[in-house]
Design a protein around this ligand. Structure first.
Ligand code: PEP
Ligand code: MN
Length: 361
């Protein structure tokens, strides 16, 4: 074969490549049109029977030299590319996405603007245990001029034999304490059945890590007109977390605060592994405010301050941490809650850090 022949053949290959490129793009355009029609009809985009039919048609008409396995493989990739393209369109269209809404969502609760560029704080006990307990914590929070108190009344516990929370009675105690010091209540709801009875006593409904993919609960809190604090599931990817928020917003509630609370890894030095990089990722991908729960992520009192500094430095909209008047006798999370003196020191140190490095306050 002469040199010239080789050149000519290469040119021919280039021309064939371009022809294939034109054709697969033409195919993609047709698939997009089909996608639009299917969306209107509410039909599923992926249709295995249709794919089988297309592969059979190719097999009947394949005269070689490529064997059928190779042809199937190539066309499976072409089919997949069209589906991927539509998935990308859908991802861009998520209601929680920055691509959908460029401006930050700001949620104002009790005069506190969450997501406005200045960090917000949520403190309070792991669980509501008594009127006296929550009142002491509420007083300490109010004394700092803060606006929010947390406390679990319906506790999702690993063991059914552990303290399950005081339920509605506990919520009433928390609400009374909050009212006395002009605070708003953040509390977890674990089932749609409790929403109605709980709502008069709760200002921000927390959906806990164990319920991040409780889709019926997500849809239910999507129908209320109070903010939702959605915690990341302990084994949830960022993408799954974002989709959980999408359930809420798709049901009509756009007042969502995302909360990174650590994920399960092989590391045992901390209770969970604080996925600090999730914060800027969530800020980039969504328009929602992002909190960091330093208590449940670290599970260590000595790490609450460094973790909070990291959260603020990386751009979190706020920090959550647990405070109890006497953590040693707490009915849950005794090892990591701060007592009231530690709370004072912690808050002072954090404010000093923010001043020193000129964070907006
Ligand atoms: C909580 O904040 O009370 C709690 C139970 O946390 P998580 O759902 O993140 O475990
Ligand atoms: Mn706790």
């Amino acid at each position: 074969m002469s040199h010239l022949d080789l050149e000519q053949l290469r040119e021919k290959v280039d021309a064939v490549n371009l022809e294939i490129l034109t054709l697969i793009n033409e195919r993609a355009t047709v698939i997009q049109e089909i996608g639009k029609i299917k969306e209107k009809q509410g039909v599923n985009r992926y249709d295995p029977l249709r794919e089988r039919h297309m592969l059979n048609l190719l097999k009947e008409n394949n005269n070689g030299p490529l064997d059928q396995k190779t042809v199937d493989h190539i066309f499976k990739e072409i089919f997949k590319s069209a589906l991927d393209m539509q998935e990308e369109d859908h991802r861009k269209a998520l209601l929680v996405s920055r691509k959908k809404k460029a401006e930050d969502t700001i949620i104002t609760i009790n005069g506190e603007s969450i997501g406005d560029g200045t960090p917000s704080f949520i403190f309070g006990p792991c669980a509501v245990e008594s009127q006296d307990q929550v009142s002491k914590v509420a007083e300490a929070i109010g004394a700092k001029g803060l606006k929010l108190i947390r406390g679990g009344a319906y506790k999702p516990r690993t063991s059914p034999y552990d303290f399950q929370g005081l339920g509605l009675e506990g919520l009433k105690m928390l609400k009374a304490a909050a009212d006395q010091y002009k605070l708003a209540v953040v509390s977890e709801i674990v089932t749609p059945h409790h929403l109605e009875e709980a709502l008069p006593f709760v200002d921000v409904v927390q959906v806990g890590a164990r319920n991040m993919q409780n889709f019926e609960l997500l849809k239910a809190v999507g129908q209320i007109n109070k903010p939702v604090l959605l915690k990341r599931g302990m084994s949830a990817t960022v993408d799954e977390f974002i989709n959980a928020a999408e359930y809420i917003i798709a049901s009509g509630n756009s007042q969502i605060i995302l909360c990174e609370r650590g994920i399960r890894t092989y590391e045992k030095a901390t209770r969970n592994t604080l996925d600090i990089s999730a914060v800027p990722i969530l800020k980039q991908e969504t328009h929602l405010p992002v909190f960091v729960d330093v208590t449940h992520s670290t599970g260590r009192r000595d790490l609450l301050l460094p973790a909070a500094k990291a959260a603020i430095a990386i751009g979190a909209d706020g920090v959550m941490a647990e405070v109890h008047p006497d953590p040693a006798v707490a009915l849950s999370d005794a090892a990591q809650q701060m007592d009231l003196n530690q709370f004072d020191d912690y808050y002072d140190a954090l404010m000093k850090f923010m001043k020193q490095y000129e964070f907006k306050m």
